[in-house]
Ligand binder design. Sequence first.
Ligand SMILES: Nc1ncnc2c1ncn2[C@@H]1O[C@H](COP(=O)(O)OP(=O)(O)OP(=O)(O)O)[C@@H](O)[C@H]1O
Length: 276
Amino acid sequence: MHLTLHQVDAAHPAARRGAAPALRGISLSLAPGEQVALIGPSGAGKTTLLQVAAAALRPSGGRVEMDGTDPWTLSVRALQRLRGRLLLAPQVPPLPPRQRVITAVLAARLPAMSFWTSLRSLFYPVDIPGAHQALERFDLAEKLFERVDHLSGGERQRVGLARALLAPASLWLVDEPLSALDPRRADEAVRTLLDEARARGATLLASLHQVDVALERFTRVIALRDGAVFFDLPSAQVTPQRLRQLYAQHEDELHAPAPALDTPAPGPAPVVMHCR
Ligand SMILES: Nc1ncnc2c1ncn2[C@@H]1O[C@H](COP(=O)(O)OP(=O)(O)OP(=O)(O)O)[C@@H](O)[C@H]1O
């Protein structure tokens, strides 16, 4: 899918009326099948940008186009159809705690299913081999019938990523997919995402706090700071000096070690994770 933003302004979805916009005059274009990393200090607007790109948040100014169509001019039904072609993977996937992993993963197929098939799949999973295969790509195949609230934060995050492989989407918008993974798992997960998006010809925009991963694995990097594009460059042209300017007053984020949360939950109690 071809994604274009023209001079987009937007408020954070949870912002109060009259709050300063989280995005200011953002213009960018992603070609079909392109893979781009989105970096920038905390609060720069990465999540808000992904929400706008997923047609989940209406910009307060400017225009979004997906394959040449402004989603906000579509009828409700056409907008719903378009959203079926988009995948927004939030940093903390909203997985119902008592659900089995298989059901949570196969939920990614819902946009492509009829009402009755989707209802039936809640009780009789329709594609067990497909779910197994997707989980296997993230080293989680043995968790197929596990309950979501028995998983660690990192395992849940990988379940969220496995959903991408089953979604009938041509634009993947992934918000900090590695935030709860240790460095080895993070590298494996990002390589799997990139390989699978490439194999499907899907456009991928992923926000990352791990600048080293962004530079090593992606060919193009868009940096946000204070709600505006700070640079949009081939990764080979991103110099340490540019990064220092981008993360000025946030140096700890540039050098922060990756968290290692990818260990099993200690007991059956749900792991509660909070979004900012
Ligand atoms: N819960 C909230 N309520 C109101 N405004 C918010 C909230 N969260 C963020 N904002 C505002 O929106 C701006 C952009 O936030 P956003 O979450 O998009 O940034 P981000 O780059 O994804 O940050 P992070 O890397 O910490 O997730 C913030 O600077 C802040 O002003």
